[in-house]
Design a protein around this ligand. Structure first.
Ligand SMILES: [Zn+2]
Length: 134
């Protein structure tokens, strides 16, 4: 498995020995991308890679959802169906784009409601604490 820069994807990387400093009493090796200058600790690479993959997946899903919602709300059913088929799990549960759209909207509403409840409880706690202080 080859190591590539997680910022620009380049495989032009070099290891650099960094002399000891106040933070790191021993000299250490870091990796630098020759293409974009991105630097990382080789021990962090797998974790950073997983983080980036998760962020990429989330971004791809957000883009997909935006396109899918736009297709459904503009009544472009062929496009909505084509997009829906890209999400196999969802498509298996809701082969009809409108049903899938309603389901996703419901999930978003539920998660917004949960956020509101958490914020509400937090505000109530702050108000209670403040009322004891005054
Ligand atoms: Zn790079």
């Amino acid at each position: 498995m080859s190591v590539t820069c997680l910022k620009c994807g380049s495989s032009q990387i070099e290891s650099i020995t960094v002399p000891p400093d106040a933070q790191h009493p021993q000299s250490r090796i870091i990796i630098e991308c020759m293409e974009c200058g991105n630097k990382w600790d080789p021990a962090d690479y797998e974790r950073l890679k997983r983080q980036k993959e998760a962020a990429d997946r989330q971004h791809a899903y957000d883009m997909w959802q935006t396109a899918f919602f736009a297709a459904v709300t503009s009544n472009n059913i062929p496009e909505a169906t084509r997009l829906l088929q890209q999400q196999a799990d969802l498509y298996n549960k809701f082969p009809n784009p409108t049903d899938a759209y309603n389901y996703l909207n419901d999930q978003i509403r539920k998660s917004n409601k949960t956020t509101l409840i958490i914020v509400g409880i937090f505000i109530i706690i702050v108000v209670i604490i403040l009322s004891f202080l005054i």
